[in-house]
Design a protein around this ligand. Structure first.
Ligand code: CMC
Length: 393
């Protein structure tokens, strides 16, 4: 069996050293390069956080202008790539489209697949951050059967994304600054979260020397699962299934039943055992968005708030330290912004791209970096002799 530490789910294995993100799960603390998520979400914008994650410091005014300019001027994708979308079935899940199209970027941007050149690595990073909104919006437009909208360079990153999603050729589209700010904050909240499953996937894929576009495509595939990024879609579907406040006890009982695989989606976290600081900011953002849109009583919000109240006082959830995570309220907000549930994880992927690429860069630059190669405890048959098929019974 060998002298290996058996650690299913890697609950006690540090896979790398990192200077990017710090989490204290007991205290509910999340810092990016030392800055609390609350301050970044309140005062920063998403591209500023991207700069911080990538370069390690907040940009000066001049650095920020330069960075914003460079990202803005990488937002177009090769025109030939637009044909990929039409190759998918109309009812394809947008995450399936994302896996395919993002992986295909390496077939177009050969120059930035040279991972030994720091300049090319940064070009690849900027390209990823810049092109993800365009690809995500195109996946959305294809999904809803509307024509693609091209990026517009005089808009900020997030307003540009909303326009690419919601503008149609037959009428003028004006971005609502309150909604754009809310979307931007949602992006900030998702930007990085240290060695979660998808980030570890990106690092593991990258450890073999695979190009950054392929690594990010691997991260997107991992994010799709309902225990990870797919939870925002699953959480909103669950709120819809519960439907009304009076049915909550039934679902709480199911979540507690050991023989029922049902879980309260949007609850629990591997690391946060006190509260998820992102969930608090997300809840505030939800109220801002609903207020701006004049949505007074959203039945799903009523169910969510009551579910949260009951779960937070229920012995089962208290004992197991299960609190609402970021995905609990994000679905309600994204739905109010106009996105179908199938787009929720795509938006997560868009925002997490900077975290993935920053972690990938850090790994490549780390002199102690080696190919990731976990070991196993073999529990199969011992060595045995091959028997020809004619003699098997
Ligand atoms: N509802 C009911 N029971 C739960 C839940 C839940 N949402 N989450 C955990 N538990 C129970 C679980 O049954 C287990 O009980 P026992 O000890 O009796 O077997 C105990 O709590 C510990 O759960 P675990 O699955 O061993 O914990 P984990 O650290 O492996 O999983 C998790 C963490 C987030 C995958 C899990 O809490 C979960 O499935 N939550 C629902 C999905 C979700 O909201 N995911 C989003 C995570 S945040 C966004 C992101 O980072 O992607």
């Amino acid at each position: 069996t060998g002298a290996f530490t058996y650690d299913p789910g890697f609950t006690s294995t540090a896979s790398c050293e990192s200077k990017i993100t710090y989490i204290d799960g007991d205290e509910g603390v999340l810092l990016h390069r030392g800055y609390p998520i609350e301050q970044l979400a309140e005062h920063g914008d998403f591209l500023e956080v991207c700069y911080l994650l990538l370069y390690g410091e907040l940009p000066t005014k001049a650095q920020k202008e330069d960075f914003d300019y460079r990202v803005t001027h990488h937002t177009m994708i090769h025109e030939q790539m637009s044909r990929f979308f039409t190759g998918f079935r109309r009812d394809a899940h947008p995450m399936a489209i994302m896996c395919g199209v993002v992986g295909a970027l390496s077939a177009f941007y050969h120059d930035s697949t040279d991972i030994t050149d720091p300049h090319q690595r940064m070009v690849a990073s900027l390209r990823m951050i810049a092109k993800m909104p365009t690809i995500a919006a195109m996946a959305f437009k294809y999904h809803v059967g509307q024509p693609f909208v091209y990026p517009k360079n005089d808009l900020d990153y997030t307003s540009n994304f909303l326009r690419m999603c919601f503008a149609v050729p037959c009428e003028e589209y004006v971005v609502n600054p309150v909604l754009s700010r809310a979307m931007d904050r949602i992006f900030i909240l998702h930007a990085d979260h240290e060695q979660n499953a998808s980030t570890s996937t990106v690092r593991l894929a990258g450890s073999s020397g695979a190009n950054p576009f392929a690594c990010i495509a691997a991260g997107i595939a991992c994010l799709w699962g309902p225990a990870h990024g797919g939870a925002n879609e699953a959480a909103l579907n669950m709120l819809g299934e519960i439907g009304s406040v009076d049915r909550i006890p039934e679902f709480i009982a199911r979540a507690k039943d050991k023989n029922d695989p049902f879980r309260l989606m949007g609850f629990g976290h591997r690391v946060y055992k006190n509260y998820d600081p992102r969930a608090k900011i997300m809840q505030k953002t939800t109220h801002e968005v609903l207020g701006e849109l004049g949505i007074k009583d959203d039945p799903l919000l009523d169910v969510a708030m009551e579910l949260e109240r009951i779960a937070l006082t229920d012995d089962y959830f208290v004992e197991k330290k299960l609190y609402p995570n970021i995905d609990f309220y994000s679905g309600i907000t994204l739905k109010a912004l106009g996105f179908p549930t199938t787009m929720f994880t795509v938006l997560f992927a868009l925002a997490r791209t900077v975290g993935w690429i920053a972690q990938w860069n850090e790994m490549i630059e780390d002199p102690s970096q080696r190919i990731g190669r976990p070991r196993q405890l073999y529990t199969g048959e011992p060595q045995r002799e091959y028997v020809p098929v004619s003699k098997r019974n």
